[in-house]
Design a binder for this molecule. Structure first.
Ligand SMILES: [Ca+2]
Ligand SMILES: [Ca+2]
Ligand SMILES: [Cu+2]
Length: 392
């Protein structure tokens, strides 16, 4: 394994919050010397639905509707593939490779954009996780027992924003230094209250939690992909390739990732320091854009670092696993107290080949469902209608 599992560009909300609150015991937890640590919590589904239905006045984002177009759904034929990876960049959680079959489905050709998300907000008045105060009752379930409650002002609405760190990133004490808990950061304000998305309506929406992504899906009549569906779609029909475009090493033409030295110097040779408009880079062979890079994408599977090992242990050699939906329990070393981490896929504009290389089709990351960040979004799927043989 060339890179330890800890080398992930993702951040974790609880640690960010507690580092703001000055609670050092959490930032030196047993998750090791990295930015990786437990995130935060989701309001329960019931709490989310309550806010979904009781918001009195939809907030209208002016000038977005005329630019709205519904996500275009691409038909994916389904079939068998080898899930996971054994290449030199593959981390423990991508192993072992195993045969999987998925049924046909439809998937959005791009990540959901700000314009598309704005339409959902306009019509429903939904308030995203990042726009609500952090719920301590939920947060404390995911931190060590007895952890003191941070001050209310720390728990005010906010989200995690990437900021290049100041200290030495190899210094264990520099934990999490590039994820800043930023009050007023949300999908409309990706870098905080003074930023906006006026010129980014065709960029992927960010600062959406798993719960927010699910709420969008409920409204649109869709769902999030399973991890197997996501990987099948991302591979674009290529057999055992490392990247959505094949085995050619990544270059600035392939995807919106990081060029330069992560996490300090981003030369943006690909043209973008942060998100890029969807469809800026070439699609894969199924016609899907930005499966590699731009923003991470939520899937429905619970995260276990040993999910594939468990899966393979439970079957006969050569058995093809049909439509796997993920493990029933979580084992997320980065979030050791969190019971419900979900898998994210595809990497983001922060991924660099020397650091986490998570734009690879098999790369996986776990994150708690209430966490929102400036480099995480989603794409949606629908079940395919049964094939009609003789359609005129
Ligand atoms: Ca870039
Ligand atoms: Ca992506
Ligand atoms: Cu990364």
């Amino acid at each position: 394994m060339r890179y330890p599992i800890q080398r992930m560009c993702g951040g974790l909300l609880a640690l960010a919050i507690f580092s703001v609150a000055g609670a050092s015991e959490l930032s030196t937890s047993d998750t090791g010397p990295s930015m990786d640590a437990p995130c935060c919590t989701a309001p329960s589904v019931a709490a989310r639905l309550a806010s979904y239905t009781t918001t009195d006045e939809p907030r209208v984002l002016k000038s977005t509707q005329r630019r709205f177009s519904a996500p275009k759904m691409i038909h994916i034929p389904g079939g068998e593939f080898r899930m996971g990876s054994v290449d030199e960049l593959a981390r423990f959680d991508e192993r072992p490779m195993h045969m999987v079959r998925v049924d046909p489905f439809l998937i959005s050709e791009t990540e959901i954009t700000n314009a598309q998300f704005a339409r959902f907000i306009d019509e429903t008045g939904y308030v995203t996780t990042a726009e609500r105060p952090v719920d301590w009752e939920e947060l404390k379930k995911q931190v060590p027992p007895g952890t003191p409650k941070p001050p209310d002002e720390v728990l005010a609405p906010g989200s995690l924003v990437f900021m290049p760190p100041e200290g030495d990133v190899n210094d264990p004490a520099a934990n999490l230094s590039w994820w800043q808990w930023t009050h007023g950061a949300d999908w409309r304000h990706p870098e905080g209250p003074d930023s906006n998305i006026t010129d980014r309506m065709d960029h992927p929406v960010v600062h959406v939690s798993f719960e927010d992504a699910k709420a969008y899906c409920e409204w649109f009549g869709a769902r999030l992909p399973t991890e197997a569906e996501w990987e099948f779609a991302a591979r674009g029909g290529l057999i055992n390739a490392i990247n959505p475009w094949g085995n050619e090493p990544i270059s600035p033409k392939h995807a919106n990732t990081w060029q330069g030295t992560f996490p300090r110097q981003n030369t943006a040779e690909d043209g973008f320091v942060r998100t890029s408009p969807v469809k800026t880079f070439a699609p894969n062979d199924y016609g899907l854009y930005d499966v590699a890079g731009n923003v991470w994408e939520w899937t429905t599977d619970l995260y276990r670092i040993d999910a594939y090992a468990q899966r393979v242990e439970a079957i006969q050699v050569d058995t093809v696993i049909e439509n796997p939906t993920g493990p029933e329990t979580v084992n997320d070393p980065r979030n050791p107290n969190a019971p419900d981490s979900r898998v994210q896929r595809g990497g983001s504009f922060l991924c660099h080949d020397s650091y986490c290389a998570s734009y690879r089709v098999s790369a996986r990351m776990g994150c708690t469902p209430d966490t929102s960040m400036s480099h995480v979004g989603f794409r949606i799927v629908r079940d395919a209608a049964p094939q009609q043989e003789n359609t005129p």
